[in-house]
Design a protein around this ligand. Structure first.
Ligand code: NAI
Ligand code: MG
Length: 368
C-alpha cells in the first residue's frame, strides 16, 4: 500500500539514528512491496535557527496529513548567558499536546544476547518483559505553559525573598481515566497485570489517580491490579523486573522510571516508544514514534550512537500506525539477528564482540 510518514530528525544524535531508522523502513518497503513517502522537516534547535520556532505551523500541518511521525530527539546545549525564549523541547510539547498523543508506550524486553551487557545481573533480568504506559499530555510538564492563570506562573520570578518558581501538577479525572483504561486494555493482550505507580502518600494528584485506578479496575475483573509508590517502584524495577507486566503512571514518574528501565535492556540506546491518541487514519492509529533518549550532545557527530532504539520505534510505527505486524516483526527479528551475530555499538559493547558505528549498525539491520 501507500503510506505517508513525516520524519522529524531534530538535533544531535536524533539525526544520526533517524537516518538509520529510515534506511530500515526503505528496506522494508522494497522487500514487501510498499510505497513509503517520507516528508522530512526541521524540529528543535535546527528549526529555531532556520524557521524561528521549535516547530513551524507548516510542519504541524504536514504531521496532521501523515499516517505517522518518526521523531529523533531535540535539545542542543544552551550557551551560558543567552536568554533562550524558545526552547527546542517546545516542539515535542506542541506535537504531543497539539496532536493529543496522551499515551506513551515504552516496552522493555531485554534481548537474551544482551543479558550479560547490562549492569544488572542476568538472573535478575531473566524473563523481563514489561511495558510502561506513561501519561504524556498532563502533569508538571504542562504546569508552566499557561501564563496568566492563577497558580500557573510561566517563569521564574523575583520576590523580596529572592527568586521563586512554581510548577503546577494538575490532572483531571478524565485525563487519568483515559490513560488508565489504555493500560488495562493493553494488559488484556499480555500477562493481565497492571501496576499503577503514584505518590499517594504525599500528592493530591496521586490520591485522585489511585481512586480512578480502583474504579476502572472494577471494569476489568480479569486483570490483577497493584499500587506502588514511585520510590519503591524505582527499587523494585531493578530488584524484580520480571514481576512487572504493565506499569501505568503519570508524566514525570514515567519519564524517570523509563530512563532507569532502559538499563534493564542495557542502554538508553535500546528503548523505543510510541505516542498514541485516539485518532485513526485510513491505515491505523495515528502516532508519533521516537527513541526514549535525547540528543546526547556528548556523543553527537561521532557515529557512536546506538540506532536500535530508533529502529525499534520504526517497528512500532509499522505495527500501530500502518497495521503491518509482519513487517514490524521482520524489523525486530533483524535487530535481534545482528545482536546475536555479535555486532555492538559502543554503549552495549562487550569483550570479544564486533564493535560497529551508528551507520554500520543501521546498514546491517537493513540488510538483515
Ligand atoms: P540523553 O538521553 O540525550 O543522554 C543521556 C546519556 O545516554 C548520554 O550519556 C548519552 O550519550 C547516552 N545515550 C543516549 N542515547 C544514546 C544512544 N542512542 N546510543 C548511545 N548512547 C546514548 O539525555 P541528556 O544528556 O540528559 O539530554 C541531552 C539533551 O536531550 C537535552 O537537551 C535534553 O533536553 C534532550 N532530551 C530530549 C528528549 C527528546 O527529544 N525526546 C528526551 C530526553 C532528553
Ligand atoms: Mg526522558
Amino acid at each position: 500500500g501507500n503510506y505517508t510518514i513525516t520524519v522529524l530528525p531534530g538535533d544531535g544524535i536524533g539525526r544520526e539514528v533517524t537516518d538509520q531508522a529510515v534506511r530500515v523502513l526503505q528496506a522494508i518497503a522494497s522487500r514487501y512491496g510498499h510505497s513509503f513517502t517520507f516528508h522530512h522537516a526541521l524540529v528543535g534547535g535546527a528549526a529555531i535557527e532556520a524557521e524561528g520556532d521549535a516547530i513551524s505551523d507548516a510542519t504541524m500541518e504536514q504531521c496532521q496529513r501523515s499516517d505517522a511521525i518518526l521523531f529523533g530527539a531535540v535539545g542542543v546545549p544552551t550557551k551560558p548567558g543567552t536568554n533562550q525564549q524558545i526552547k527546542p523541547e517546545r516542539s515535542l510539547f506542541r506535537l504531543r499536546k497539539g496532536l493529543e498523543f496522551f499515551a506513551n508506550l515504552r516496552p522493555v524486553r531485554p534481548f537474551k544476547a544482551l543479558l550479560n551487557a547490562s549492569s544488572i545481573k542476568p538472573e535478575v533480568l531473566q524473563g523481563t518483559d514489561l511495558i510502561v504506559v506513561r501519561e504524556l499530555t498532563g502533569g508538571l510538564y504542562y504546569g508552566h505553559m499557561e501564563p496568566g492563570i492563577p497558580g500557573k506562573p510561566s517563569e521564574i520570578r523575583e520576590t523580596d525573598k529572592g527568586y521563586e518558581a512554581i510548577d503546577t501538577l494538575l490532572y483531571t479525572e478524565g485525563e487519568i481515566e483515559r490513560i488508565v483504561r489504555t493500560a488495562f486494555d493493553i494488559a488484556r493482550g499480555r500477562q493481565k497485570k497492571v501496576t499503577s505507580v503514584d505518590k499517594a502518600n504525599v500528592l493530591s494528584s496521586s490520591v485522585l489517580w489511585r481512586r480512578v485506578v480502583d474504579r476502572v479496575a472494577a471494569d476489568y475483573p480479569d486483570i490483577a491490579t497493584e499500587h506502588l509508590l514511585v520510590d519503591a517502584c524505582a527499587m523494585h524495577l531493578i530488584r524484580r523486573p520480571s514481576n512487572f507486566d504493565v506499569i501505568v503512571t503519570e508524566n514525570l514518574f514515567g519519564d524517570i522510571l523509563t530512563d532507569e528501565a532502559s538499563m534493564l535492556a542495557s542502554s538508553m540506546g535500546m528503548l523505543p516508544s510510541a505516542s498514541l491518541g485516539t485518532r485513526k487514519t485510513e491505515h491505523g492509529i495515528f502516532g508519533l514514534y521516537e527513541p526514549i533518549h535525547g540528543s546526547a550532545p556528548d556523543i553527537a557527530g561521532q557515529d557512536k550512537a546506538n540506532p536500535i532504539a530508533a529502529i525499534l520505534s520504526a517497528a512500532m510505527l509499522l505495527r500501530h500506525s500502518l497495521s503491518l505486524p509482519r513487517e514490524a516483526e521482520a524489523v525486530e527479528a533483524a535487530v535481534e539477528a545482528c545482536i546475536n551475530e555479535g555486532y555492538r555499538t559502543e554503549d552495549i559493547q562487550e569483550e570479544g564482540k564486533k564493535k560497529v558505528g551508528t551507520q554500520e549498525m543501521g546498514q546491517r539491520i537493513a540488510a538483515a
